[in-house]
Design a protein around this ligand. Structure first.
Ligand code: ZN
Ligand code: ZN
Length: 370
C-alpha cells in the first residue's frame, strides 16, 4: 500500500490555483541538526479536496521540536517547517471539506486522522495509515503564518466562542497527551496515590488532569525547584527534588512502604523510568509518557510477581473534545502552563527561551501571528 502522503494529487482533486500562488509567509524552518531559522516560504495551498489551509493565530514550541533539532527524529528532512500545535482561522477549504468554512476559528490537532482506516475506526488516530503525527514531521507544520491541514474534517476542532484561546493551544498536544498517555493509562481511581516523575508541561498537565479522578495524594518529582513550586501551586501534595533527596525512598516513606497505584513517567530517560518501576505498588500501573531515545533496564526480577501493568501509547487526541468541554466549564484551567508570549516573527527568541527553560522558568511559550 502506498501512503497518500506520497501520492500525487489527481487533477480532479486539485483546486484551481489562486492569485496567492506566489504569496510568501514567515515560518520556522528546520535546517539540519542543531540549526533552525525564521525565513520566508511559499504560502501553502489546497492540494487535495479534503485539505484546509489555516491562517495560524497562535502556535507553540514542543519538547518534540527540540528532539528534532537534536537530530533524534530522522523522518524530519531539512527545509521542513516545524510545529504541530496551534489554533487559527480557516483560510480556504477543499471541495470535500464539509464541516468547516473560511473564517471558522479552529484548533489543530497534533494528530492528523483520515477517519476511515482500520486504526482510525478503532480510535487509534496516532497510527492512522495516512496521518498520525505528520505535521512538522513529514509535512510542513504550524510554526508559520499558514499551514495546510490534510483531512481537515477529521483533524480540526471548532473552537467555541468566549473561550481563552491560549488554553486552546494546549489542547493540540500537551493536555491530551498528559491525559491519555499519563492519567488514563495510569488507571487512576478515586483515593489512589499517584507519582508523577517530571514537572515539565506534560507532567504538570498530568497533575491537572489527574484531579478528575480525585486521587488522595499526588507526589511530583523533578530536579528543578521552580517547576516543583509550580506543581505545588497546582495541587501536588508533596514535591520531591530528586537531586536533593532519594525520590524512591521518599515516595515509599510517604506511602508507608506500599508505593503508588499509578506512576506516571513524564521525562523519557532511564533514571526517571527506574523511579517509576521502584515506586509502583503491587497491582499498580506504570504509565509511560516520556519519549525514550535510550533503552531502560526493566527489573522483572522484582516486578514479575507484583501484578503491575506497564502501558505505553502515542497520543490519539480522541479526548480533545472532552478536554475542551472541561476547560469551557471551568473544571480545567491550564493557563498556568503558559509562561511566555512572543510574536511569530520573534520565533528565534521564543526558541531560545524554551531551550533554556530552566534558567528562564519557561513552560509553554505562545507565538502569536497577527
Ligand atoms: Zn507537541
Ligand atoms: Zn486513518
Amino acid at each position: 500500500m502506498s501512503s497518500a502522503l506520497h501520492q500525487v494529487p489527481k487533477a480532479a482533486d486539485l483546486q484551481t490555483p489562486d492569485l496567492q500562488t506566489a504569496k510568501m509567509m514567515g515560518a520556522v524552518v528546520f535546517q539540519g541538526v542543531g540549526k533552525r531559522s525564521f525565513e520566508q516560504k511559499p504560502k501553502p495551498q489546497i492540494q487535495l479536496a479534503t485539505d484546509a489551509v489555516v491562517k495560524i493565530t497562535k502556535t507553540t514550541i514542543c519538547g518534540t521540536d527540540l528532539h528534532i533539532l537534536k537530530g533524534d527524529v530522522p523522518s524530519v528532512s531539512k527545509g521542513r517547517i516545524l510545529g504541530h500545535e496551534g489554533i487559527g482561522v480557516i483560510d480556504s477549504v477543499g471541495s470535500a471539506v464539509s464541516f468547516f468554512k473560511p473564517g471558522d476559528l479552529v484548533l489543530i490537532s497534533c494528530i492528523t486522522s483520515c477517519g476511515k482506516c482500520e486504526f482510525c475506526k478503532k480510535g487509534m488516530y496516532s497510527h492512522c495509515e495516512q496521518g498520525g503525527w505528520i505535521l512538522g514531521n513529514k509535512i510542513d507544520g504550524t510554526q508559520a503564518e499558514y499551514v495546510r491541514i490534510p483531512f481537515a474534517d477529521t483533524s480540526l476542532h471548532k473552537i467555541p466562542d468566549e473561550i481563552d484561546t491560549d488554553s486552546m493551544v494546549l489542547l493540540s498536544d500537551v493536555l491530551p497527551t498528559a491525559y491519555e498517555c499519563g492519567v488514563l493509562n495510569g488507571h487512576v481511581q478515586p483515593g489512589d496515590q499517584v507519582a508523577i516523575v517530571g514537572a515539565g508541561p506534560i507532567g504538570l498537565a498530568s497533575l491537572m488532569t489527574v484531579q478528575f479522578f480525585s486521587p488522595t495524594d499526588v507526589f511530583v518529582v523533578d530536579t528543578d525547584d521552580s517547576r516543583l513550586e509550580t506543581a505545588k501551586s497546582l495541587g501536588a501534595t508533596a514535591i520531591i527534588n530528586s537531586q536533593k533527596q532519594n525520590a524512591v525512598e521518599r515516595i515509599l516513606q510517604l506511602t508507608e512502604g506500599q508505593g503508588v497505584q499509578a506512576a506516571i513517567e513524564a521525562v523519557g530517560i532511564p533514571d526517571t523510568f527506574d523511579i517509576c518501576q521502584k515506586v509502583v505498588a503491587s497491582g499498580g500501573s506504570i504509565a509511560n509518557v516520556g519519549v525514550h531515545g535510550k533503552s531502560v533496564e526493566l527489573h522483572l526480577e522484582d516486578l514479575w510477581s507484583k501484578n503491575i501493568t506497564i502501558k505505553t501509547r502515542l497520543v490519539d487526541t480522541e479526548t480533545t473534545p472532552l478536554l475542551m468541554k472541561t476547560i469551557k466549564a471551568g473544571m480545567l484551567e491550564p493557563s498556568p502552563l503558559i509562561t511566555h508570549h512572543f510574536s511569530l516573527q520573534e520565533a528565534m527568541s521564543a526558541y531560545e527561551t524554551f531551550e533554556s527553560s530552566g534558567k528562564k522558568h519557561a513552560l509553554k511559550v505562545i507565538m502569536m501571528n497577527k
